[in-house]
Ligand binder design. Structure first.
Ligand code: SAM
Length: 269
């Protein structure tokens, strides 16, 4: 496997991703909404929006005088997000299936631009963040969430080792690690925003998945699914069985996940 196939991974993961977000709203959605602090009438841009957990709630709060634009490259993730918006009866949210680096949107037009657990998938991170910053209105804010050093430890490491032991040439690209370093992130964002104040809070959360089946589903909801895409059905079944046995025999029922939550307010013009 050469690069990281983020579209292929999340196209297959959408169903599990929705369930994980519903089970663990305090892990990504709630802290993100707290940083966004949406007000009635806000215009909000979210990319990549995934299954829409934050943006649908944000659009509800923004109300009919507000507007939300939600972009993601995986059609199945957008379908999940659309279903949530329809269930909430929202008319103020637009969904676009598109590569976030190629997506078109207005400059200096949004009260809130949000990018959670996705900026690291950009092939040119600085250019992508610069584009996001350009979309923020004077007085508006950029809200980011990146992964920290522990991303579903320890089960993610066990999965990677098993996948590589079954596939001689399996590369294991880890794009999310490009933004795990707090000093690097602060420096990069300082450059992108011409020295605006970067508010960064690190969080480590323990996800209590409770059963080996749920632990496997958690991994398959995330970027770690990528490493199973090219395995034969037999190898995949073997890895799933070995992972579950490892969790059972080691009494592993939790995973640690680190996040860097960032808010940058743009000076008023
Ligand atoms: C881990 S999910 C995060 C979703 C959501 N922002 C959240 O915090 O729950 C990563 C998302 O990035 C999307 N993605 C990855 N590469 C992308 C790209 N180049 N353009 C647009 N979306 C992309 C995937 O389809 C997936 O929905």
């Amino acid at each position: 496997m050469a690069g990281f196939d983020s579209r292929g991974t999340f196209q297959k993961a959408a169903n599990e991703y929705t369930k994980i977000q519903d089970t663990f709203p305090h892990v990504i959605r709630d802290p993100l909404l707290a940083d966004m602090a949406v007000k009635e009438g806000d215009r909000i841009l979210d990319l990549p929006c995934g299954t829409g957990d934050a943006i649908v709630r944000a659009a509800q709060i923004a109300g009919p005088t507000g507007h939300a634009l939600a972009i993601d490259v995986a059609p199945s993730m957008i379908e999940e997000a659309k279903a949530k918006a329809e269930a909430a009866g929202l008319k103020n949210i637009e969904f676009v299936v598109e590569d976030m680096e190629k997506a078109q949107f207005d400059a200096a037009a949004y009260d809130i631009v949000v990018s959670s657990c996705g900026p690291f998938f950009a092939s040119d991170l600085k250019a992508f963040l610069t584009k996001l910053w350009g979309a923020v209105k004077p007085g508006g804010k950029l809200v980011l969430c990146t992964l920290g050093r522990n991303f579903l430890a320890p089960i993610s490491g066990v999965l990677l080792d098993l996948a590589q032991s079954k596939t001689d040439d399996l590369q294991a690209p880890t794009p999310w690690r490009s933004t795990e370093d707090i000093r690097f992130l602060k420096t990069l964002l300082g450059e992108v925003t011409n020295g605006q104040r970067v508010n960064l809070a690190h969080r480590s959360v323990i996800m209590d998945y409770q059963t080996p089946d749920a632990g496997w589903n958690l991994l398959m909801a995330t970027a770690f699914r990528n490493y199973t895409l090219e395995l034969s059905p037999e190898s995949r079944a073997e890895i799933e069985a070995e992972m579950k046995e490892w969790m059972r025999s080691n009494r592993q029922t939790t995973a640690t996940c680190g996040f860097n939550n960032i808010t940058i307010v743009k000076d008023d013009a």
